[in-house]
Design a protein around this ligand. Structure first.
Ligand SMILES: [Zn+2]
Ligand SMILES: [Zn+2]
Length: 71
């Protein structure tokens, strides 16, 4: 059974362990306390208008770890 890893910062959809997710390529969106995680490129797209990134910003594909991170 797949476990939930984290939730999408935009639509709050659950991102399951082992699933593909996206991070913003802009470093200020990836600070530890403010890290944004996107379930799809569409959600990353909808973050662009308020983030006002330069046109070279992109969504970087990642794969969630196979098991939840222990805290
Ligand atoms: Zn989403
Ligand atoms: Zn961003």
């Amino acid at each position: 059974m797949a476990q939930v890893w984290k939730k999408c910062s935009v639509c709050k959809k659950e991102i399951l362990c082992g699933a593909t997710y996206y991070l913003c390529s802009v470093s200020t969106c990836n600070r530890k306390r403010t890290q944004l995680i996107f379930c799809s490129v569409e959600c990353w797209d909808s973050h662009l208008p308020e983030a006002r990134h330069r046109p070279d910003a992109g969504a970087i594909e990642h794969v969630a770890p196979a098991a939840p991170v222990a805290r």
